[in-house]
Design a protein. Sequence first.
Length: 563
Amino acid sequence: MIGRLKLQLETRFFILGQIVLFFFASNYLMSSFNCRLDISKSGRFQLTDSTKKIVNELQETVYIDAYYSSDIPAEYKARITLAQEILKEIQSVNSNKVKLRFYDPDSSESDKERAIELGIEPQTLQKIEMSSAQVKSAFLGVSLTMGKLSETIPVVFFAEEVEYQILSNLKKMIRKQKNASSGLGIIVEEGSLDAPQPGPRSGKDTFGVFVYQAFAPEYGSVFSFGVNEDPLPEDLDTVLIVGSPELTDLGRYHIDQFLMRGGNLLIFAKSMDFNLQSPSQMGQLTMGSQGFAQPVQNISGYNEFFSHYGFSVNTDMVFDKVNSMPMGPIVQTEQGGFGRYHYPLWVLVGNEADNFSTSNPITRDQEILLLPWVSSLEMLSSKQPNVVIEPVIKSTASAFRKADYLFIGEKEVAKMDNLPDGEEYNLALHLKGKFISYFKDKTLPQFANQTDFKESNDEGTESNIFVMGTPYLVSDLLILREFRELYQGANVPFLMNLIDIVQGDEDLVLARSKKPAFESLKTFSPSEEWVFSILNIFALPFLIGIFAIVRLKSRNQGKWRNF
């Protein structure tokens, strides 16, 4: 009997030792593999298929040199570690062509000097303790090298942004190798909004911040040109028409033939004109009390031309008192609380309110957009029988619209007692297919190149037209502090994605949509709370009872065998 007990003890110690040994050995072996799995609903930390595709198709070795300081406050280490894990995962997709190297500028003076030479400047991190706060400088940047080309990302901190930062710079270097242009142009004529360098000229009717600080650093230079005299360059894929440019017959012909050869038009229409008070000294937008809007002078000619392709822009503005942007200083409300005034002419559209088409790639993954001073659109499907016209953004049923002449000042808008009529207005349309030329049954303009005239898209060629009822989607006005988060996090990525999609390149669309966020917890319904309460009360005692019965039964069986 004693010998049997001794053997059992030795066996148990042996098995326990094997388990401990296996635990440490498996952890050591698995540490060299990337075993991170993102099972969250948002999937913000999971690589997209586009990233895997581009990395696997690399023709030349890419070196990712990551400069991360080791001496950093503890509260930042978790985020930095996660960012480094994303870099490791990108490298593991194609370890033959991607070489990842980590450097610690805190422990090596040469690494520190190299980081500064590359343009990676130390970032200021605040270390918070019980009774004080200290400032610490840390390097958090990455350099990419492919052949003779290199790109520097000064700050790679948020794990959600790492994939987009690496992928966009990879594509930028690949484009440079191929000497490819951005393929984007902007029509500049009387009545159109301009895109000057950000500075004193920036305002409501400019969008230079988007062009020079968002698009150009990633894709290269953007062409600006008139169309009333010269045709559009052959290397253009997509043209932006922002505002309501005055077009001659020759200008219309040039746009028409650009569309017929397979080009894409992105139209941000302006049908109403108005003046606005300047932002106040506090950097806040002041609508004032006398703002007045009226139709632009050339809107009838504008609609006469573009209605041929399947749409027109109404001379109205859409109001939504329920889904609108809060702005201005905090004031006391009529209910006695405090809050900001919701300006109904700055309409917020989102997927939770079912404003977006979930089948169209342009809006499928979009969460929210801010549409300032937006007009409604009309679909004219019979004009183009071979073109599919789809509303991709609509207002909610809580919206209403006022046409032609209207006050837009805060006080006047607040006094409006219009009731919604339950209609959902078209705010953006996507037209795709084989278009018929505006000039098919018309005399061609003087000085037009008649030998290359196309009556429709060539066989196998399709064009895209995207039209939105506001020219202010990426207006420089939105860089004011109170709107900047929506501008950078929603409106700018939307336009960048739109350009990519119509040009047939969706590699960056999903990666661009990822952003740092704190996911809100989903509340339980009353029935779910009841179920979990019952489980908390009875489940644990029930399981303990089952375990006790099984244990007693096994002991009794052992006694009978020994007996």
